[in-house]
Design a protein around this ligand. Structure first.
Ligand SMILES: Nc1nc2c(c(=O)[nH]1)N[C@H]1C(S)=C(S)[C@@H](COP(=O)(O)OP(=O)(O)OC[C@H]3O[C@@H](n4cnc5c(=O)[nH]c(N)nc54)[C@H](O)[C@@H]3O)O[C@H]1N2
Ligand SMILES: Nc1nc2c(c(=O)[nH]1)N[C@H]1C(S)=C(S)[C@@H](COP(=O)(O)OP(=O)(O)OC[C@H]3O[C@@H](n4cnc5c(=O)[nH]c(N)nc54)[C@H](O)[C@@H]3O)O[C@H]1N2
Ligand code: SF4
Ligand SMILES: [Mo]
Length: 701
């Protein structure tokens, strides 16, 4: 037996960037624990990190390329697979045009160093307008608000939770999600610290969530009505003159427009629609504005809804007018060791539209809600072939049944993925990369969204060796890109820089490069390096044309007309609306094949308020039918006063019982697919983001 080795790395399953310690002996994982010496996460860990072992050892995980044949899936060699994929793509594009290939980039891409650094090379070689990603079922409204207010779509402010006195959490459940667009390993510790220093945590959510339970105050809000609540808060703060803007005042353009924009939206007018009393709204506005420091934060509950763009605009407005932007204890901009604002451009938009519905492009992609119709609708420019990378859109994006049908009719589909799941089962070829512990890791994205500046590099624990035939995502990207280039270029990207070289260069050119933060420095400090609290950046941050923060850009505020129109139409509200939720032991659609995560009681249940249940004679555990415009699912009810009246909550990422899925453990407890109910025609018009919260449904036994 060889010695036990302690391996230190960052868990890359979610955004929290927790440091973990893995004890290994003879290639066997003995334990996975939180790394208490990690200066960022300080020992925090959640149950998913221990499942990294399960993913590594999973018998269902693919290790070699597979091709679908009349006799089922057959393993083929990498070179043969690359050649065949490239030839098929070239043939489709030659026959039907560049845009006849589509690509969907899923969530784990942003947690994969190689994909972030090399992926764009492949997208460029594919050269299609039909590029989709998880962004438009997630954070697109944040990007749109940032682009128009701060001038760059990646200038996303994060809550300075470690110094704030008042944390207003809207449509987020960090106690379960561990934080999003707020990388904060150990967020529960950080939120409890707010309370310990005399501050407050206030939660606005149609469900009395795990975060609401630890908070000082919780208010139910009607799904999709946050825009009204935020308008009324801004209205109150402006009217009462509670606007200590501090040094920011010289950095804002458009302030004079704000008063009249919010004037119609008094607390009294919006009270009934939001479900909060006018007094409660006014009190909340006062508390927020009068706290020494305060920060408003809105996540999935706010961005994945009908007015996602306006909500993120108003969250920024609230922070700005109370002097809490770019200021300690407010919403701040991290200074990551690899500067993400240089490689990414400011963000172009509106350059082209989708073929069928005319949905606008943003930042190089189209809303994923149009993907199914672009595949199904015949005509010039129809998508004939697809690539998915680290995505499972049939469980993750709206109108799953339609998308399932679309994928089953493609001429060619290649998936770069580790499993044969609900989406990839339609593939002709699957190219399985290494994942998790097999890859070296540097969080290129999430250091830039973190509540504390730090830097950490993790070497691969089980790197591919000479004989075995494993390939990294970035190697697959390069191999395909080189074959797609017209000159046939540089097969397998042999002369391209390694990830290590790219990272080292990024670090040396970054803001701490001169202070010695290089790749070698990080290798010498395996727990990571603390680079201190977030810093005020001042006017040099703003990349708008005016050089100022645009507080009321027409691009965003024009959408207020839609709010007024829908409000005045005062259509009878739906009897029940559907919202989503996450579970601590679940990770979007792909980690249910771990016994340790999936065991125990069924978590794919519909939470419903006791009064709503009684009105429909629904009892605990009973099977109910939930029906929307586009679909219907049946699942057990869980009657709970956690739910606001009129609102039902179902988690997404389930529904593993489709034919052909090869997930032995997940298939034993498959759950139901939320996104069969999500409507591909319900979008936030301003941003193109899908509406996955606040879907009108009928609920019956
Ligand atoms: N109703 C509803 N739907 C939602 C949401 C919601 O709140 N409600 N949330 C949305 C959000 S925020 C997101 S981010 C999306 C996520 O949805 P997707 O972007 O589809 O991502 P996942 O469901 O996480 O699926 C990840 C896929 O990547 C594969 N994979 C895992 N690791 C690797 C790797 O290292 N390399 C490669 N190549 N593949 C890998 C997995 O096998 C799986 O197929 O879902 C969205 N869908
Ligand atoms: N354990 C676990 N952690 C995860 C994930 C996971 O699947 N599992 N996914 C990761 C990903 S990809 C992301 S993007 C993040 C998301 O991180 P969060 O946004 O924190 O995640 P959710 O738990 O979806 O929280 C959304 C909250 O919004 C509420 N909500 C729904 N509709 C409305 C509304 O109209 N108004 C208001 N005010 N609230 C509403 C819901 O009840 C829910 O509590 O989580 C990440 N972390
Ligand atoms: S919270 Fe996220 S980063 Fe931390 S251990 Fe869990 S999955 Fe990993
Ligand atoms: Mo996400």
């Amino acid at each position: 037996m060889s010695d036990v080795i302690n391996h230190y790395r960052t868990c890359n399953l979610c955004e929290a960037m927790c440091g973990i310690e893995i004890r290994v002996q003879d290639d066997q994982i003995l334990s996975i624990r939180g790394d208490s010496d990690d200066p960022f996460s300080k020992g925090h860990i959640c149950p998913k990190a221990t499942a990294l072992k399960d993913v590594y050892e999973d018998k269902n995980r693919l290790k070699r390329p597979v091709k679908k044949t009349a006799d089922g899936w057959q393993e083929i060699g990498w070179e043969e697979a690359f050649d065949e994929v490239a030839n098929k793509i070239k043939a489709i594009q030659a026959a039907h045009g560049q845009d006849s290939m589509g690509i969907y980039l899923g969530n784990p891409n942003v947690h994969n160093t190689g994909s972030m650094l090399v992926g764009p090379v492949f997208n460029k070689a594919l050269k299609t307008k039909n590029l989709f990603s998880a962004t438009s079922v997630d954070q697109l409204p944040h990007h749109v608000a940032s682009r128009h207010m701060f001038g760059h779509y990646f200038l996303i402010p994060v809550p300075d939770v470690d110094r704030t006195d008042f944390f207003l959490v809207m449509g987020a459940n960090p106690m379960v999600s561990n934080g999003s667009l707020m990388t904060a390993g150990g967020i529960s510790r950080r939120m409890k610290a707010i309370q310990k220093r005399g501050g407050k945590v206030v939660v606005i959510d149609p469900r009395y969530t795990e975060t609401a339970k630890m908070a000082d105050e919780h208010h139910f809000v009607r799904p999709g009505s946050d825009v009204l609540l935020l308008l009324a808060m801004v209205n109150t703060i402006l009217k009462e003159g509670l606007t200590p803007m501090g040094v920011l005042v010289n950095q804002i353009a458009g302030l004079e427009k704000l008063d009249s924009l919010v004037a119609p939206w008094t607390p009294q007018r919006v009270a009934e629609h939001t479900g909060m009393s006018a007094d409660a709204i006014i009190q909340l506005a006062w508390d927020f504005a009068s706290a020494p420091t305060a920060v408003a934060y809105g996540r999935i509950g706010l961005s994945v809804q009908e007015y996602g763009g306006l909500c993120q605009w108003l969250i920024n407005v609230l922070n700005i007018i109370t002097g809490n932007l770019d200021w300690a204890g407010g919403a701040m901009f991290p200074t990551p060791a690899i500067d993400m604002h240089q490689p990414f451009r400011k963000g172009k938009y509106g350059r082209y539209k989708s073929r069928v519905r005319g949905a606008e492009e943003s930042f190089g992609e189209l809303p994923v809600s149009v993907m199914a119709e672009e595949i199904l609708e015949p005509g010039d420019g129809q998508i004939k072939g697809m690539v998915t990378v680290a995505g499972n859109p049939i469980l993750s994006t709206p109108n799953s049944n339609k998308l399932d049908k679309a994928f089953s009719g493609l001429d060619f589909y290649v998936a770069i993925d580790i499993y044969i799941n609900e989406t990839t089962r339609h593939a002709d070829i699957i190219l399985p990369p290494t994942t998790g512990l097999e890859t070296e890791h540097y969080d290129v994205v999430f250091h830039g969204l973190a509540v504390q500046n730090s830097s950490k590099y993790s070497p691969a624990l089980f790197p591919p060796d000479e004989e075995d035939d494993r390939k990294h995502d970035w190697e697959i990207y390069r191999a395909l890109a080189s074959r797609l280039r017209p000159d046939g270029g540089n097969q397998n990207g042999a002369d391209e820089p390694s990830l290590k070289q790219m990272l080292d260069q990024g670090l040396r050119n970054g803001p701490y490069g001169q202070d010695g933060v290089s790749l070698q420095h990080l290798i010498d400090n395996p727990h990571g390096v603390d680079l201190g609290p977030l810093q005020t950046g001042g006017q040099q941050l703003w990349q708008t044309e005016s050089g100022l923060i645009e507080i009321a850009p027409d691009f965003l505020t024009a959408d207020l007309a839609r709010v007024e129109q829908n409000f005045s139409a005062s259509a009878k509200p739906a009897e029940m609306t559907l919202i989503g939720r996450r579970d601590l032991r679940s990770n979007n659609s792909w980690m249910h094949n771990s016994e340790r995560l999936i065991k125990g009681k069924n978590r794919c249940v519909a939470l419903i308020n006791p009064e709503d249940a009684a009105a429909r004679s629904i009892s605990e555990g009973q099977m109910i039918t939930v029906q929307s415009r586009v679909g219907e699912i049946k699942l057990p009810a869980a009657v709970s006063a956690e739910m606001m009246k009129g609102v039902i909550s179902i988690p997404h990422g389930w529904g593993h019982d489709l034919e052909g899925v090869q997930l032995d453990i997940a298939s034993k407890s498959p759950g139901e697919n939320f996104n069969e109910l999500a409507d591909d025609y319900l979008l936030d018009d301003l941003t193109g983001n899908a509406v996955l919260n606040g879907i009108p449904v009928v609920v019956e036994v």
